[in-house]
Design a protein around this ligand. Structure first.
Ligand code: ZN
Length: 467
């Protein structure tokens, strides 16, 4: 620890950094939860610096109050056009610092790793050769061990232009820096930084933090002004819905819009009510295959989810899922909030002609629950602590399928009853007990005995809704 701290002190000089970091992390080519703030939290904020995110087209981002740019992407089809390279170059020439974190990967059957289009003009290429451990660091970087998640090597066109700071066991470059104009360019294996979505793994923070401070130090910024993030800049209004996307996502915009248009009235039919007021006004296209999010008024859709656009089912299910999250508001559903969203997604797909795929999702999900609750009479969805996630999902699907056999429009009837009975002016929370009250109203009979027989310990006494 002492050696590390001495090395860090040598690298940046004593005392606090004179120029605080104002960083922008690019998540416009590939969205990951980690780079949406976690990287900054681990390596930039602890230095007293600030970090913001760029969701928009890179060369349109205003870099005037930024002195550090963090670029990263994995196997994404999003290109780095010449305008992006030019923006990075002029930022470097005026003293900015740029860190390129790469890990060679290609998108589906593409043959190129697009981040290399950005590295190549500066003489650096991420290769597909796996790195050999252990890594060796230059003493100017750290006297300690280098931690890594593995990674692949970097090829430098003219190594003499670079200061190589980390090599793998075979002498291949893992991290290097060079001057470009007044600025500093760092290329590094992405495996040298953390990746946990909960930011629990700040590996190599002892040298990353001072290295980033030094990299950013060539450009003055105005610390009285916060660095500003940028949303996807294309904003298209269409039938009351706004679609937000950056230029790289443009090829997907129209087709997703069309699918969304097709889905929306059918979701309304399944749910039996219009979307919750003020909800569902914006659709954001995310460059990821990792699902989406809903914040009520905005839905983020990972555009490569479920092998989209080659296959359609996953996108329909995802739109159904995320829309349901908005639809159920102002009260999120209790324990079954996530499964019910996918259940609606599967019903939606079935109504849109993806009959088999929708049914397969429902059957597969129910199967998963049968391993732990074979007769569907033990797992208590009202007290789900310790109940495996697969059981929560499968039992939810099974319950709704049971009710749907008796009342094909039970989903619509349930949400109609919920709108009628769950008054946001009166209710603070909406529990499984409340859901059982609403479900009973929707079915027109008391479901409490049935639910209790199934091991779901709900009681009218514990419900806030007393119709
Ligand atoms: Zn969800």
């Amino acid at each position: 620890m002492t050696t590390l701290m001495v090395a860090a002190a040598l690298l940046v000089g004593q005392g606090p950094a004179e120029v605080p970091i104002h960083a922008v992390t690019d998540i416009s080519h590939e969205f990951t939860f980690y780079f949406d703030g976690r990287f900054g939290g681990q390596y930039i904020q602890p230095t007293g610096g600030r970090n913001t995110m760029n969701w928009g087209t890179l060369h349109k981002y205003d870099l005037s109050n930024i002195n550090l740019m963090v670029l990263q992407s994995g196997g994404t089809p999003c290109p780095y056009p010449a305008e992006d390279v030019a923006a990075v170059r002029s930022f470097l020439e005026e003293g900015g610092g740029v860190v390129v974190l790469g890990d060679y990967a290609t998108f589906r059957d593409e043959t190129r790793y697009h981040l290399n289009d950005l590295g190549q003009p500066f003489g650096a290429q991420f290769t597909m050769t796996p790195a050999a451990q252990p890594f060796v660091a230059s003493p100017t970087l750290t006297g300690g061990e280098v931690e890594t998640y593995g990674g692949r090597t970097i090829a430098l066109a003219s190594p003499a232009d670079w200061e190589i700071l980390i090599e793998d066991a075979e002498g291949e470059t893992m991290l290097a820096r060079r001057s470009v104009g007044e600025g500093t360019l760092v290329v590094a294996s992405r495996a040298l930084a953390g990746h946990n979505p909960d930011a629990s793994d700040d590996i190599n923070a002892s040298w990353w933090q001072p290295l980033l401070v030094e990299t950013a130090s060539g450009k003055a910024i105005d610390p009285s002004q916060q660095p500003q993030g940028a949303p996807p800049e294309n904003n298209v209004e269409h039938g009351g819905l706004r679609l937000q996307y950056n230029d790289y996502m443009e090829p997907y915009a129209e087709i997703i819009f069309d699918i969304y248009d097709e889905c929306l009235p059918v979701i309304a039919e399944i749910m039996g009510v219009p979307p919750a007021e003020g909800m569902l006004s914006t659709l954001i296209l995310l460059p990821t295959g990792g699902g989406g999010f809903s914040s009520g008024h905005a839905i983020g859709l990972g555009v490569w989810w479920g092998n989209f656009p080659d296959e359609r089912y996953g996108m329909v299910e995802l739109i159904g899922h995320e829309a349901t999250h908005s639809w159920v508001l102002p009260f999120a559903e209790p324990t079954w909030n996530e499964p019910i969203a996918t259940y609606v997604g599967a019903l939606l797909a079935q109504r849109l002609g993806l009959e088999e795929e929708g049914r397969a999702t429902i059957e597969r999900t129910i199967e998963r629950a049968r391993q732990d609750d074979p007769n569907m009479d033990t797992a208590d969805l009202a007290h789900p602590e310790g109940v495996p996630n697969g059981v929560v999902w499968g039992k939810t699907f099974w319950l709704w399928e049971q009710l749907r056999q008796e009342e094909p429009e039970i989903v619509a009837k349930y949400f109609q009853a919920k709108r009628r009975l769950a008054d946001p002016g009166e209710l603070e929370t909406y529990s499984m007990h409340d859901a059982a009250v609403v479900l009973s109203e929707a079915m027109g009979r008391d479901l409490f005995p049935w639910l209790n027989e199934l091991g779901i310990e709900v009681s009218r006494d514990e419900a806030s809704i007393q119709p």
